[in-house]
Design a protein. Structure first.
Length: 277
């Protein structure tokens, strides 16, 4: 990746800053909370099987100019470039997603996150974990529940690294495991290829979308749209066709869909497959 963010002013304005802020914990917390509200987690490219590029110019064009979001390699990739540009000390590490499965599952190391060093302590900074993205930095050396603008999170120590949990509905749910092994650019390329193109990838041909806001999360799992508000029951609605899904993407998530028929055609194939006997 190029070391420079050519669109730094535009990026900062999207996050509510008129000038580069200092590399402090308060800045990191503000950036992380605002990022998941401004930049949507979305897998439209996975649905349409479009190529996903990780070079910095492509990320800036897609997220800052094309009105799109992305998944962890894109969102966290651009976010980490921003942190470096602002003078933060960080390193990229990889996680194994275990959400929805056994905590000891050896899934692929395909989730990109950052460890940010501030005042002698490391903080987990993640803006790319979909519907359960943590909206505040999490101190790595703490085993206590840590408050965020949304759910509380906790980092458990394991023999193979750290396990991130979130408290949802009174239960501590496992999200992903990560260790401190540094990543090389080739690791990102291999992981990105697996997630976007491998037949066994859970993201292949799937539409997964998420966005945060004050006290709420919005998610879309193919044709199932939900709004989750803190302390309330989730409200879920099943969408009845490709056009309804596309309208929710634009209205509820603020996405500018790529031109052409690819998205509608891919959604039509999913609806058709879901109705086959």
């Amino acid at each position: 990746m190029s070391p420079l963010l050519h669109d730094l002013p535009r990026y900062l304005q999207r996050l509510g800053f008129d000038a580069p802020p200092p590399p402090t914990l308060a800045t990191l917390a503000a950036l992380q909370q605002r990022h998941s509200a401004q930049f949507v987690f979305e897998t439209v490219a996975n649905l349409t099987r479009a190529p996903i590029a990780l070079d910095l110019d492509s990320l800036q064009r897609k997220l800052l100019h094309d009105g799109r979001g992305g998944y962890c390699y894109e969102l966290n990739g651009l976010f980490q470039a921003l942190l470096r540009e602002l003078g933060f000390d960080l390193r990229a590490v990889a996680g194994r997603v275990v959400m929805g499965g056994p905590e000891d599952a050896l899934t692929a190391r395909t989730h990109l996150v950052a460890l940010v060093r501030l005042d002698g302590a490391d903080y987990l900074a993640d803006v790319g974990f979909g519907g359960m993205v943590p909206t505040a930095p999490l101190r790595l050396d703490s085993r206590e529940p840590q408050a965020t603008p949304h759910e509380p999170y906790r980092l458990d120590l394991r023999d193979d690294g750290y396990l991130l949990r979130a408290e949802v509905g009174g239960q501590w749910r496992a999200l992903y495991v990560f260790d401190l092994q540094p990543l090389a650019p080739i690791d990102l390329e291999v992981g990105n290829w697996y997630v976007s193109a491998h037949p066994a990838s859970p993201f292949r041909d799937q539409l997964l979308v998420a966005r945060t806001g004050p006290g709420w999360r919005k998610t879309l799992n193919n044709a199932s749209f939900a709004v989750h508000r803190l302390g309330q029951d989730s409200v879920r609605r099943e969408l009845d066709g490709p056009r309804a899904v596309m309208e929710v993407l634009e209205r509820e998530f603020g996405l500018r869909l790529p031109p052409g028929p690819d998205v509608e055609r891919a959604l039509a194939r999913k609806f058709e497959a879901a109705t086959r006997p």
